[in-house]
Design a protein around this ligand. Structure first.
Ligand SMILES: *Cc1c(COP(=O)(O)O)cnc(C)c1O
Length: 222
């Protein structure tokens, strides 16, 4: 396993899929999911030019990116929160991340907006949609999405993308197609969907951000 070879393979797969599905490669961003990965692998990807990363837990992300000095060393990193966020962590999240992909309720919008104003920082915002209507999964329900979008609009809180994590036991392409439809319906430009096992399908269905962890960095620690 080498991060270099994996990154080459994935980049080639992205190129091939884009060609096949008539997408522009510049419109597909590889989000390298660095959660629970050894710092050496992350550093290797940085040395190869990877700059966009996804993390799902604030404290872990602070260790990897802040305490290590990596975020300061590379000033062009795009760090994205892809795990759920509690409102009492909004301050830390705004300080650390460039994009929150998991917005799913008005209270979180309030907390993020307040922090962005007080820190003088504007983040990118994606809404996570619970496309499978799973009880245990975070994300706004499909039926509550229009109201949440209206709420954001009323506050001038810009939503630039939708994100989903399909249920494990269902074909992911169905959920990608559904998220694409929702984005078109609400005139939203970006779609974060697709992981190691299904990012090619996601590219077919207009993903702009594919979140790839294990295929790039290898197995995670548990
Ligand atoms: C861990 C994680 C990924 C990456 O999964 P892989 O199968 O390792 O590519 C993508 N998205 C989210 C939200 C994750 O939590």
């Amino acid at each position: 396993m080498s991060v270099e070879q994996n990154l080459k393979d994935i980049s080639l797969q992205i190129e091939k899929s884009c060609k096949r599905f008539q997408r522009n490669t510049a419109d597909v961003t590889l989000v390298a999911v660095s959660k629970r990965q050894p710092i050496e692998r992350i550093k290797e990807s940085l040395s190869l030019g990877q700059r966009c990363f996804g993390e799902n837990i604030i404290q872990d992300a602070q260790k990897t990116w802040l305490d290590s000095g990596l975020q300061e060393e590379y000033n062009d990193i795009d760090l994205r929160l892809i795990g759920s966020l509690q409102t009492n962590k909004a301050k830390d999240a705004v300080a650390l991340f460039d994009c929150i992909e998991t917005i799913d309720r008005p209270k979180l919008v309030d907390a993020l907006q307040k922090e962005e104003i007080s820190q003088g920082k504007t983040l990118e915002h994606f809404i996570q949609v619970n496309t499978g209507d799973e009880d245990q999964k975070s994300g706004v329900s499909v039926s509550d999405l229009p109201a949440l979008l209206d709420y954001c609009k009323g506050l001038n809180f810009k939503i630039s993308g939708l994100m989903c994590i399909p249920p494990v036991n269902e074909p992911s392409a169905l959920h990608f197609a559904f998220l694409k439809l929702l984005a078109q319906r609400h005139n939203i430009a970006n779609l974060s969907m697709g992981m190691s096992n299904d990012f090619e399908k996601a590219i077919h269905l207009n993903a702009t951000h594919i979140r790839v962890g294990s295929a790039l960095f290898g197995q995670r620690s548990t």
